[in-house]
Structures are given as C-alpha cells and as structure tokens.
Write a protein that binds this ligand. Structure first.
Ligand code: SF4
Ligand SMILES: [Zn+2]
Length: 467
C-alpha cells in the first residue's frame, strides 16, 4: 500500500521525536506559520496530490518553512460536521510516517522532517500520499480524497486565512448552545495513545482542550462510529451546576480512565479539575500567593510569573493526571459563559499573555480588562501584586475577606502576639517552605508523602513549648 513511499509508514513510529540535531527542516511551528484543514466538498478529484511551493529537495538544511495541509474529502454519507474530527486525526496519522513529526492541531501545527528521511528520498508529496491512504483507511465514509501541501509563503498565508475562517465558523456554531440545552455530552479518548487514563468531556460550553473538537463535531463522530473513540455520555443528575459536576459524567470517566479519575468538575480548577492529556492550547494555573489564576498559552515563549515556562508547566500537569490548581483548556473555552465559573471566571484571572488577552477581549468584562496584567506589565508575582493594587483589581477584596476570616478564627493569645507580628510574612506572598520530599507519619501505619510541595501560610506562629 505504501510501496511508493521511500520511508516506512506504521503506527509504531508514532512516538518518534525529531530533535533539532537530527532535523532536515522544520515546517510551520512557532517561528513560522501553518495550518491544516479538512473540507468536505463535492468536486474532489480522487488521488490528486500536489505540492505548491518548494519540495524538500528545494529546501536548505536547518531552515524553517511555512506549511499548509489542505485535505478535501467527498463521500455520500460524509457530513460537514465531521470535518473537525477527521482533521484531528491528521496529528496521529502523520506521525505514522517515519521521519515526519507532527505536533498540535489547526493553525498551531509544528512539523519536522528528519535528515534520514530526506536522504532516503522522502518528499512532501509522499507525505500527502501517506496521509490520503491512512485517512481513507480510517474513515471508510471517505470515497474520494485530494491533498495539497502548501510551502510557498504567500500561498500559506492565504490558506491560513481560509483555515481560520473555517475554524471560526465551527467554533461560533457551538457558542449557540449551552450545557443546559442538551441531555448528552460527549467523551473522547483519542489521546489515550499517550495519556492512557485521559478522557475529554466535551460539552456545548466546554470545547475540548485541544481546541479542535466541539460538541457538534462529537455528535457527528459518535453517530458515524458509535464504537469509536468519541462516545455519548448521558449527563445524569446535576450534582453541582456551577462547578459542572454530573453523576453520569463521573461514572463514565471512571470507567474510561480505568478508575484513575472518578470525579470531574468541568468548570473549576480546584478539587477535581478536568484531566489534561498534553495537547491543550493553554493552561490555567492557580497563584496561591494572590489567590488568583493565571493563564499561559502554548505560544507564549517567556516565563510565567511562577518562574517556569509553558513547557515545564505542561509537563507537570499533562499525561492524563488530575492536578488540583492546574487545568488544560482551549482558547475557545475562554469565550464560554461558563469559563471557570465556579472559581470566579474573569474576576479571578490576574495574569495572561497579551496575545490571548487581545484575542478574547470581547469576552472579558469591560471593567476588568485594564485591571489584568500581561507579560508587559508583570513578570513576577510581586509585579502582579503591585499592578493589581494600582489598578484596583477586585481580587484584592477577596484576599482581604479571606484574610479577615482567617484572623477571626485564630484565638487571641497575648503571649504570642509579639511573635506573630515578628513572623508575619511580609506582604503575605512568600512560600513558607518548599519540600522536595517529606513524609508525615499518620495513624494506623499510614504515611503521607509530600513531593515537591510548597507550603503557604497566612501567618507562621511559633509557640514556646510548656514543660
Ligand atoms: S484532546 Fe481530548 S478531544 Fe482532543 S483529541 Fe485528545 S482526547 Fe480527543
Ligand atoms: Zn490530547
């Protein structure tokens, strides 16, 4: 089937990583531009494979080029609503090609071709051929398929516009519905190939964290292949409408995650947040010092105010883990009326990159917009704190209230009052202790182990032991 292709094509190459040292060229990605798009059409010339712009043989080793992957499909039973789900398969299927690496989705794609593949005579037209065969095999509803690969800069630019308009159309359709309007949500386990216990729950108000699949896409996919990786989830009883907890969502997630996760709050990053596989467009993270939430996207190159870049943070909360205080999300979810609603929504957001802030401008309440700092105004927690104070961000009220409630819970004790003052942490914003590993003996032989824990406290109180 793949005889004409000079490199091996098989699922066993899926985990292959092409490092810079072994790379012939990079295509699309953060230093260039690119997009992938699948469109259902009715005039598809089956088997038409084209490369518009330089082929690999015309490229210079070590360079970065733009890339557009345009796939047109036709089939009697193919619905337009299936475009998003079939498009999402490009990621996995492209990685079957030995020497070709594909990351992310939509206009976030980032690809590399290895030196070995180039030396073996591999060309982009071979990639187009492999993709067309694999997609047809995976989706028998596809009767005709054509693939065009763009590498010419101005062609990629105009293709990118077309692709963005198509993504916008899909996303805006989903905005018309709310979680309350439907009886079923959908689950997706496509990412279990690398995050074995991860289950995405896709609802009208919560587009999948990869940003590529919404509720309508899932509905079409589940109808096409009820035994496939996208399936219906009856909501069951509403256990908490603000947090977004549903009895049957918990049951199905427990089943599909092999018991790893048995409670999910769809609209909160506390207690039982949605798990994260690794392909999220952004991560929302708790900033305990200020009791607020920051957001960082995959595109953001600098360090977050926590002192770590996106990649490090992503490593800490991906792989299908449920990590309280972190949640992977799509940028589209930031346009949802239920966006982190249990945590205070935009009132709780205290830092985000300028680019995201501008892209969701119309969804941030007007009075808050200028009160939320970006990397231009704040690089550290101290900077954020100052910015929030100067701009009177409402979260300061929240901090004050929680401080007051803690203070009233502490019984006054004149003997320790001086020590309290002495040890009260300046600004209340520094971690009291960082514990790489500490074990705490519990009762009945149970031992609690804390790893890489940061312990924060409103106050440190030191009492003299009475003998
Ligand atoms: S991120 Fe979620 S919705 Fe997107 S492909 Fe993976 S499992 Fe499916
Ligand atoms: Zn994923």
């Amino acid at each position: 089937m793949f005889e004409d292709i000079p490199v091996d094509v098989s699922p066993m190459h899926e985990g292959e990583r092409i490092r810079a040292a072994n790379m012939f060229v990079e295509l699309a990605g953060p230093k260039s531009m690119g997009a992938e798009l699948i469109q259902v059409a009715d005039d598809v010339e089956d088997g038409d494979l084209q490369v518009v712009g330089p082929e690999l043989s015309d490229m210079t080793e070590g360079e970065i080029y733009p890339l557009g992957i345009s796939v047109k499909i036709q089939g009697e039973k193919l619905e337009k609503e299936l475009e998003g789900v079939i498009e999402r398969r490009i990621h996995e299927l492209s990685n079957y090609v030995k020497g070709f690496m594909h990351l992310n989705q939509r206009d976030q794609i980032w690809c590399r071709v290895s030196k070995e593949a180039k030396e073996a005579g591999f060309k982009l037209v071979d990639f187009a051929r492999a993709l067309s065969i694999l997609l047809k095999e995976d989706f028998p509803l596809i009767e005709k398929i054509s693939v065009t690969i763009f590498t010419d800069e101005s062609e990629v630019e105009s293709f990118l516009e077309t692709a963005k308009a198509a993504y916008d159309y899909r996303d805006s359709r989903a905005r018309e519905l709310s979680d309350e309007d439907v009886d079923v949500f959908y689950g997706c386990t496509m990412c279990q190939s690398f995050a074995p216990s991860h289950v995405c729950v896709v609802t009208p108000d919560r587009t999948a964290l990869c940003g590529a699949i919404n509720w309508f896409d899932c509905r079409a996919a589940a109808k096409m292949d009820p035994e496939g990786p996208i399936f219906e989830i009856e909501k069951g009883d509403v256990l908490d409408s603000t947090k977004g907890e549903y009895s049957n969502v918990n049951t199905i997630v427990a089943e599909k995650s092999q018991g790893e996760t048995d409670r999910v709050f769809l609209h909160s990053l506390f207690e039982y947040p949605h798990t994260s596989c690794g392909c999220f467009e952004a991560v929302a993270f708790y900033i305990p010092e200020l009791d607020g939430i920051g957001i960082v996207s995959r595109d953001f190159r600098g360090e977050t105010p926590l002192g770590i870049p996106f990649s490090t943070m992503a490593g800490q909360c991906s792989g299908g883990k449920q990590v309280e205080g972190f949640v992977g999300l799509s940028l589209e979810y930031m346009r949802s009326p239920k966006f982190l609603q249990a945590d205070g929504a935009y009132e709780r957001i205290i830092w985000l990159p300028k680019e995201i802030k501008e892209s969701v401008k119309e969804y941030i309440p007007g009075e808050l917009y200028d009160k939320i700092p970006t990397e231009e105004e704040a690089e550290s927690i101290k900077d954020i704190k100052k910015f929030l104070r100067v701009n009177e961000h409402p979260i300061r009220e929240r901090l004050k209230q929680s401080k007051e409630s803690i203070e009233t819970e502490v019984e006054p004790d004149s003997d320790i009052s001086q020590l309290e003052e002495d040890y009260e942490i300046e600004d209340n914003d520094a971690p009291v202790a960082y514990l790489p590993q500490m074990s705490v003996p519990g009762s009945d032989g149970v031992r609690i182990i804390l790893k890489n824990a940061k312990v924060y406290a409103e106050k440190v109180i030191i009492k003299k032991e009475q003998k």
